[in-house]
Ligand binder design. Structure first.
Ligand code: COA
Length: 425
């Protein structure tokens, strides 16, 4: 049973979401991920949004599967020495502290690469070099600064942030790719390197279709935007386009049967050019196939409101799942608006490992999202997140070869804190 990153050891000095989402992926590819946490509190998310007494929160448990946790106060002399010992034994150090925090610990790139020239230092920061480089950044700050918020929402409303954590987990994904690429390059060069992902850059990368449209604006109106068909002139910046699709094929979210009571009885419907005739058949408007006002994509643009009103009359006569079933028979692209409840109850997602139930000694069973990237020769079961400091002795003994006496002495020095007892004990 293969593990893609078998033999790769990650020193996981991350917290909150962006860094942990990256190292969790690496753990699911088989890397040994050792999470270093501050004694006492650990990753701040352990205690955030708690739902069950003092058990680690779902915020933490869903971002830290398959890792080992050690507690280490890296601001003590002994703790810092242990961290540097670990740097020698690891391939990658991943961190997402505020700008300058690693330097303040004395762990500059020069210092780290002199300890281990093969080390890859992977960092998430809010911004790259520039006017905002010293700022602390969270998810929604990145969504706003990366161009996503100004282009999300409806034209007559304020900017809107997305529930998809494109700033945090989106940056974590980018960083994971940077890390495996640097590991691949190290195979040829023998050297480590720095990998930096700025959250603003990651969001902008995911928003590139809107920067595309910004440039198109200089050459005329964005004809596929509903606003154009409604006769509303464009300004000098890309407007919010509601639920229009970014790919140029007109699309809308339409009501389905039951919408009066169910906030998610909706379907996304795309009037894709090549299947226009099939759409006309399904909604019983056969004359729109040949009527010059509707027959071509360009002719339809000024009539989108009328066309979608007619299509919605059809979708409202069907549940979103009935509509999905009928439309897919004709390859008409559409997507039901699924609630989190519906997703959590979808057994097919459990069959693929996209949703996984795991046992936790303090929480009992909880649901998490498994590895969304499926490799045919990578077989790693999703395991629960570690308790704070659960593997401190194990890692110090196994990875650094410390004797129990040496570990005791370290603990007495205050460098390790006191590991919490397993709730099951
Ligand atoms: N032992 C001793 N000290 C530790 C430690 C350990 N094991 N782990 C962390 N610390 C210290 C750090 O050295 C830092 O000390 P300093 O302020 O004296 O330099 C301190 O803990 C706090 O770290 P910081 O990163 O500043 O945390 P914060 O809660 O103030 O800020 C963020 C949180 C997320 C805003 C900030 O880390 C950040 O901007 N990160 C980069 C962008 C990012 O990833 N944001 C998304 C988060 S999902």
């Amino acid at each position: 049973m293969g593990k893609a990153l078998e033999g790769v050891r990650i020193l996981d000095f991350t917290h909150v979401q962006s860094g942990p989402s990256c190292t969790q992926l690496l753990a699911w590819f088989g890397a040994d991920v050792i999470k270093v946490e501050r004694p006492g509190e650990g990753d701040v998310t352990r205690g955030q949004l708690r739902d069950l007494g003092d058990a680690d929160s779902l915020y933490f448990t869903m971002l830290n599967s398959n890792k080992r946790s050690i507690t280490l106060d890296t601001k003590t002399t002994d703790g810092k020495a242990v961290l540097e010992d670990l740097v020698k034994q690891c391939d990658v150090l991943v961190e997402n502290f505020a700008p300058g925090a690693l330097d303040r610990m004395g762990l500059t790139w020069e210092r780290l690469s002199s300890i281990n020239p093969r080390l890859i230092l992977a960092s998430v920061k809010g911004f790259g070099p520039g006017p905002f480089e010293d700022c602390k950044v969270y998810e929604n700050v990145a969504q706003c600064a990366g161009g996503a918020a100004s282009t999300t929402g409806f034209r007559d409303g304020p900017p809107v942030v997305s529930a998809a954590q494109i700033g945090d987990s989106g940056t974590g994904l980018h960083l994971a790719l940077g890390i495996v690429t640097a590991l691949f390059q190290r195979e040829h060069t023998g050297r480590g390197q720095k990998v930096l992902c700025a959250m603003q850059d990651a969001v902008l990368n995911l928003c590139r279709v809107k920067l595309r449209d910004q440039q198109r604006l200089a050459h005329g109106p964005l004809k596929e935007y509903s606003q154009h068909g409604e006769g509303v002139p464009f300004g000098d910046t890309v407007p919010r386009a509601g639920n229009d699709s970014g790919g140029g094929q007109p699309g809308r979210i339409l009501r389905c049967k039951g919408w009066e009571h169910d906030p998610n009885a909706y379907i996304y419907f795309i009037t894709q050019g090549p299947v226009w005739e099939k759409i006309c058949d399904v909604i019983h408007e056969p004359e729109w196939k040949t009527d010059p006002g509707y027959a071509t994509p360009a002719a339809r643009l000024p009539h989108l409101n009328e066309i979608f009103t007619r299509i919605e009359a059809w979708t409202m006569a069907h549940t979103k799942f009935e509509a999905m079933e009928i439309l897919n028979r004709y390859d008409i692209p559409c997507g039901p608006i699924l609630s989190m409840k519906e997703i959590a109850e979808d057994r097919s997602l459990y069959a693929t490992g996209t949703l996984v139930e795991v046992e936790h000694p303090a929480r009992g069973s909880y649901l998490t999202v498994g590895n969304p990237i499926k490799l045919s020769d990578n077989h790693v079961d999703v395991e629960r997140s570690p308790l704070l400091g659960e593997h401190t002795d194990e890692v110090l003994g196994e990875v650094l070869g410390f004797t129990p006496d040496r570990i005791d002495a370290l603990r007495r020095s205050g460098a390790l804190g006191t590991p919490r007892r397993m709730a099951a004990e």
